[in-house]
Design a protein around this ligand. Structure first.
Ligand code: ZN
Ligand code: ZN
Length: 345
């Protein structure tokens, strides 16, 4: 099978790899049909996010069951499925205290980061990480389940009220999905992006009653012209940090979901005195089935959010659509795409 393999920063290539063999009773072999390109993939390729050399990239994926181990009871060959790529053992101290998204084995089990991923033709997983697709849900749409699930896990950490004023920094796929997840709870707000191309796209894709602005200040002004305060700021860019805290209302939340190194400072007294919450959230925890339901019900309009689809062989064009030029080794924040999908043939 052909597989998109990461070697080192800016060094990725399609390689021939053997199809994995079932060796355990609960394993399931999936024929990959579609995998979403994620910001994590761009981070790995551009050297900003660590991955293990020679792993196959890709983790937001759906496909068809082709073989099942002897103990698999709920799936059979031919079943259409979406893959939860967040492996957990269920036995370690973190798994047994409700933190399966931080399973201690993650350093060697994270799909497309420290274990082989899904930008390929076949992927081996276990029955417990697969969810059957309803007939009307396409493989491409189903790939949004994983990022949406991560977002729902983040939102579960917020005591959200429908009258929260929300601002999302970054109108990429995570920003747009965040806006829909918040809208499903009755929250309105705005998306902010410095790329005018993305902003124009976001305006057509964002949920009803959501606005898009080219600067944080403009979004704050629109949300609250009297006191410049909002209740929730979600930073998907990783570049903003805590300088936005002065625009958080008392008791407000700063949700950080952009995976990027950086330093940011805050005044502990301000956090205490104004009951502010700074929250980080990674991967998904008990939200995968709900995310799939939201895609099935079109609460999140996956078709609208997927702007580009390429065959796996055209991975360079796919990454380029997201501003990542592998040949020139450049990563540009501007992009004419929201969600880009790679299809395996
Ligand atoms: Zn992802
Ligand atoms: Zn564990």
């Amino acid at each position: 099978m052909q597989a998109l393999v990461y070697k080192s920063a800016w060094d990725v290539a399609l390689e021939e790899r053997p199809v994995p063999e079932i060796t355990q009773d609960h394993q399931v072999l999936v024929r990959i049909k579609a995998t979403g390109v994620c910001g994590t993939d761009l981070g790995i390729i551009s050297g900003k996010y660590h991955a293990v050399s020679s792993i196959i990239l890709g983790h937001e994926s759906a496909g068809e069951v082709v073989k099942v181990g002897p103990a698999v009871s709920t799936l059979k060959p031919g079943d259409r499925v979406v893959i939860d790529p967040t492996y957990y053992c269920g036995h370690c101290s973190l798994c047994r205290t409700g933190r399966q998204n931080h399973c201690i084995h993650k350093a060697v089990t994270e799909t497309g980061v420290s274990a082989d991923g899904t930008f390929t033709d076949y992927y081996m997983t276990e029955e417990r990480f697969l969810y059957k697709l309803k007939e009307h849900v396409g493989y491409e749409e189903a790939t949004l389940t994983e990022p949406l699930s991560c977002i729902l896990t983040g939102i579960n950490q917020i005591k959200l009220l429908p009258n929260f004023r929300a601002i999302i920094l970054g109108a990429g796929p995570i920003g747009i999905l965040y806006s829909y997840a918040l809208a499903s709870k009755g929250v309105t707000g705005s998306l902010v992006d410095i790329s005018s191309e993305r902003l124009a796209l976001a305006t057509t894709i964002a949920p009803e009653r959501w606005e898009a602005y080219g600067s944080f200040d403009a979004a704050v002004q629109a949300a609250s012209s009297e006191d410049q305060q909002v209740d929730l700021i979600v930073d998907t860019t990783g570049v903003v940090g805590t300088q936005v805290l002065s625009n958080l209302a008392h008791g407000g939340y700063l949700m950080l979901v952009g995976l990027r190194d950086g330093l940011s400072s805050f005044n502990p007294k301000e956090i205490v005195d104004r009951s502010l919450k700074i929250i980080g959230s990674i991967d998904s925890l008990g939200t995968f089935a709900t995310a799939l339901y939201m895609i099935e019900q079109n609460i999140v309009p996956a078709q609208k959010i997927i702007t580009h689809t390429f065959p796996l062989e055209q991975y360079q064009e796919a990454f380029q659509a997201l501003g990542c030029n592998i040949g020139e080794r450049t990563l540009n924040p501007s992009s004419q795409a929201i969600k880009v999908i790679l299809q395996s043939s």
